[in-house]
Design a protein around this ligand. Structure first.
Ligand SMILES: [Zn+2]
Ligand SMILES: [Zn+2]
Length: 399
């Protein structure tokens, strides 16, 4: 069975929604256009919803023809855009200067709407589906905020599922894996304070640049020497600012920041602890003082449950065909706040290919967050059929 027929039938309509959302991108908790758009569609189809969760977030609930199974499933789409100046050249390019749907969340939202339309028209299941339209995936932690505001208390789910379009994989292919698929992400900032002075008389100063340089190098020993070689992690110092601009002055301080990534919560916490210890103690050894700030709001790793991936694989195989579904995908060090849901509930986050390898110039081949990127509308019926199949298979009517 390829994509569900009645979902394929409204593909052009769904592409229209997607392109309208694409033209009206907004970022982090300001997704008023998308939120209003989603509510309009839900109202049109008679699907009840609760809005104002995490500002612009919405949860809609579709009941099956029967609900006595007591089962419930959560399906999630993110709605936010990015601070990027669009250069895709598509006729429906952003009308909001400096904002762009460069991660395809316009497509994710339209996919979930397409599934909603089908599920509400057919209700071929015994149980409930909660459709989670979330704000602020790109750094604002919208998933965490929705959970804090009672998402799973008000809308209990046995499993939760989501997907990301993947330009790095051809259209028609689907990838997933059991366990971690995306990494955690935490930002750290380190300020090293010394004592400034004449660059020709370093002994009368406490040079923060030399201390900071030692810290950058020492931080690289965390992954190579402290984390198990069969585990993974990243420590990157991405910015390093010090000095006054003059070649003959030693400045007062150095400020640096960067990111920590890991696939396991314990490794994440351990690396962050080591960043602090190494920075503080190395600074001390060089007579300076380091203040380490771990920026709150980091993302947990996205860890798929075993049974969630079994369900996801079965549904994806029905839609995309066995030869197109990879269940041992390589994880990536990118991050997603979907990990927040999977900390609470079993489920799976999968990748759906959108690349067009035979069409080199296609905007669907550009990487996520590129100003040339565009979501591939051919993904809509695949994603929506995948969501609908998950629901119908987990909560069959005849049992
Ligand atoms: Zn993104
Ligand atoms: Zn994204």
């Amino acid at each position: 069975m390829p994509v569900i027929n009645s979902i394929a039938d409204h593909k052009d309509e769904a592409a229209g929604w997607r392109q309208e959302l694409h033209q009206n991108p907004q970022t982090s908790f300001e997704e008023e256009f998308a939120s209003t758009f989603v509510k309009k569609k839900l109202t049109e189809w008679g699907i009840p919803f609760k809005d104002g969760i995490a500002v612009t977030g919405i949860v809609a609930t579709i009941e099956g023809q029967k609900t006595d199974s007591g089962k419930a499933i959560g399906l999630r789409a993110d709605m936010d855009a990015l601070d990027i100046i669009e250069d895709s050249g598509v006729p429906y390019a952003s009308k909001n200067p400096g904002k762009m749907h460069a991660c395809g969340h316009d497509g994710h939202t339209s996919t979930l709407l397409s599934a909603a339309k089908y599920l509400s028209e057919n209700r071929n299941f015994n149980g409930k589906v909660h459709l989670i339209f979330q704000p602020a995936e790109e750094g604002g932690g919208g998933a965490y905020k929705m959970i804090e505001e009672g998402l799973f208390k008000d809308f209990p789910c046995d499993y939760v599922f989501g997907y990301h379009n993947w330009p790095y994989m051809p259209l028609g292919k689907v990838a997933m894996r059991k366990g971690p698929i995306l990494a955690s992400a935490d930002e750290f900032e380190i300020v090293i304070k010394g004592k400034g002075g004449h660059a020709a008389m370093p002994h009368q100063t406490v040079d923060p640049v030399v201390a900071a340089a030692q810290i950058v190098l020492a931080l690289q020993s965390i992954v190579s020497r402290n984390v198990s070689p069969v585990d993974q992690g990243v420590v990157t110092v991405a910015n390093f600012r010090g000095g006054t601009g003059a070649h003959n002055i030693i400045g007062e301080k150095v400020v640096m920041n960067g990111t920590v990534r890991a696939f396991r919560q314990e490794t994440r916490e351990f690396i962050l602890k080591r960043v602090r210890e190494i920075a503080e103690n190395t600074a001390k050894a060089f007579m300076t003082e380091a203040t380490v700030h771990i920026v709150p709001g980091g993302y947990a790793p996205t860890i798929n449950s075993e049974d969630g991936v079994d369900m996801a694989a079965a549904a994806a195989i029905k839609v995309a065909g066995e030869q197109n579904v990879m269940t041992d995908a390589e994880p990536t060090m990118g991050a997603e706040d979907f990990g927040a849901y999977l900390m609470e509930k079993p489920g799976a986050f999968i990748l759906i290919g959108q690349g067009m390898p035979d069409d080199e110039k296609s905007p669907h081949n550009y990487g996520l967050h590129s100003p040339y990127y565009d979501f591939n509308d051919e993904v809509l019926p695949i994603g929506a059929s995948y969501f609908a199949t998950l629901v119908e298979d987990y909560m069959p009517l005849d049992k």
